[in-house]
Ligand binder design. Structure first.
Ligand code: PEP
Length: 252
């Protein structure tokens, strides 16, 4: 099945409203130029969502959130509900990013709840998975990834592969400048796709988009995207620079 690539930018806890507005504006032409064959998503921090939403509302850029709670509303201090994000124009939400898992101790159970809440409310989750350097060195990569994927998808049912996105983000590659080789990434993506087939079915597995994330730069894009099972990228650092992210969007 032909899968439409997704180029996603995670702005993390960076920028202010002036810079965010400018960056969003600067990305619109690149995203428009690729609208025929790929999707572009940006995920600003929650306080920047209103200004960025205003900036991209008439463009092809998809607005995303960096996390999401499962509940519609209630006593959840510090959280943002799916309804709040949808009201601001978000269509996607990153869930289980390694910084959430490692700095904020979000565990598989919590990630499963977030994922389930996002799906229930019509937000497309970008579920992040990834092994640490230690796990890779101990040959535990596939075991770790299988555990993360199976736990995140407990009691989740998917009818349409477009409703869920997976991002393979090896922890050792995030923000380190060390991109996984295209062979390493492809090998994991094939493994994850097979596992998705096992958990759901073959149609979901062949239609679901699996992104790679970890120190993606304009120079590494073409090689990554040439691999059959790499359906796009989730970019941190290079997504904060309009020129770099536009080049990433314009990969050939
Ligand atoms: C990320 O935060 O998801 C990420 C991949 O960051 P970077 O591109 O900076 O490694």
């Amino acid at each position: 099945m032909k899968r439409r690539p997704l180029i996603a930018g995670n702005w993390k806890m960076h920028l202010d409203s002036v810079k965010a507005r400018q960056l969003a504006q600067d990305l619109i032409p690149a995203a428009a130029a690729r609208a025929g064959n790929c999707d572009v998503m940006i995920a600003p921090s929650p306080t920047l969502l209103p200004v960025v939403s205003e900036e991209v509302k008439d463009s092809v850029i998809i607005l995303g959130a960096q996390n999401v709670c499962w509940a519609t509303q209630g006593a959840f201090t510090g959280e943002t509900s799916p309804a709040m994000l949808l009201e601001l124009g978000c269509r996607m939400a990153i869930i289980g990013h390694s910084e959430r898992r490692h700095i904020f101790a979000e565990d598989d159970r919590l990630i499963n709840k977030r994922l389930s809440g996002a799906l229930e409310h019509g937000l497309i989750p970008i579920l992040c998975l990834g092994e640490t350097l230690e796990s890779r060195q101990q040959d535990q990569t596939f075991k770790v990834l299988e555990g993360q994927l199976r736990s995140a998808l407990i009691n989740i049912s998917i009818k349409n592969p477009a409703k869920l996105i997976i991002a393979y983000e090896p922890v050792w590659a995030i923000g380190t400048g060390q991109t996984a080789t295209t062979e390493q990434a492809q090998e994991v993506h094939v493994f994850l796709r097979q596992l998705i087939g096992d958990i759901f079915d073959k149609t979901i597995a062949s239609g679901i988009r699996i992104l790679y994330g970890g120190s993606v730069k304009p120079e590494t894009m073409a090689a990554l995207m040439s691999r059959e099972d790499i359906d796009g990228v989730l970019v941190g650092g290079a997504a904060l620079d309009a020129e770099s992210f536009s080049k990433i969007i314009n990969y050939s």
